[in-house]
Design a protein around this ligand. Structure first.
Ligand code: ADP
Length: 243
């Protein structure tokens, strides 16, 4: 099932800034599309269009997803609520029954490895754990499409890799669709089934690289020769070379 389809999408802001041009993108269940590109090339704009938070100036955006999750760099947890009650929040706002949201939160906390921290306040957690809580909150709604806007950009390298391992595992188990914006080529290749490289603004697709590695992806994949070769090709494209 196609969860997201963009056809020849362009976006020009009212002040004349052209953020995206001729964007074609299709995401089905079981496809994890990583998007890399220079700062300001339109990556966040692409996600906002995908989420329906912005309308294209030209072209079409079709959304087939029933439930969509948008994960940002800021985990946006309420400091006065416990981790569990933060994780329950999305389901609570959705009006799910108390028993149902408890069940879903318990399962989501387990999935991200936060069960024993359920009673803590966010202030007592590391940055990586706060991001796990944010992921767990999204998981409670059982989204079929995840939109990630540089979710691990503020974390140190080790936490970032661990979270990457977790997301790759969750994806391998659940097979949702995803668009993952990142500055890190290694992260893009490690997580995805496909990496798209965007040009300087207005963002256009410069390169489109299928990623052939099976899931589950072991952390050591990052040191594999074939991985390094593919990451090198993506980096070269990002630096303005050809695919
Ligand atoms: P990225 O996520 O790749 O860093 P963005 O999608 O946030 O880039 O922004 C793309 C370009 O559009 C940038 O040059 C940004 O300054 C510009 N931009 C973003 N929002 C607006 C807006 N509301 N009006 C005018 N220009 C904007």
């Amino acid at each position: 099932m196609t969860l997201l389809r963009m056809v020849d999408v362009g976006l020009r802001f009212p002040d004349g800034t052209e953020a995206l041009q001729g964007m074609d993108l299709s995401v089905a269940a079981g496809q994890f599309v990583a998007v890399v590109g220079p700062s300001g090339c339109g990556k966040s704009t692409l996600l906002r269009l995908a989420a329906g938070l912005a309308a294209p100036s030209s072209g079409e955006v079709h959304r087939g997803a029933d439930e969509l999750a948008y994960v940002f760099q800021d985990p946006a947890l309420l400091p006065w609520r416990t981790v569990r009650s933060n994780v329950e929040l999305a389901a609570e706002l959705r009006g799910l029954s108390k028993a149902e949201r408890r069940d879903r939160a318990t399962q989501a906390l387990e999935l991200v490895g936060l069960t024993e921290f359920a009673g803590h306040r966010p202030g007592a957690l590391s940055g990586g754990m706060r991001m796990r809580a944010s992921l767990a909150r999204s998981l409670t709604l059982r989204p079929d499409l995840f939109l990630f806007d540089e979710p691990f950009g503020a974390l140190d390298e080790i936490s970032r890799e661990r979270l990457g391992d977790e997301v790759a595992r969750l994806f391998g188990e659940r097979g949702f669709g995803a668009v993952f914006v990142t500055h890190s080529v290694t992260e893009a290749v490690f997580l995805s089934t496909r990496v798209i490289v965007l040009s300087e603004r207005p963002g256009r697709v410069l390169g489109d690289f299928p990623v052939p590695f099976d899931y589950p992806r072991p952390p050591r994949l990052r040191f594999d020769e074939r991985f390094a070769h593919l990451a090198g090709k993506v980096s070269e494209c990002l630096r303005g070379g050809v695919q």
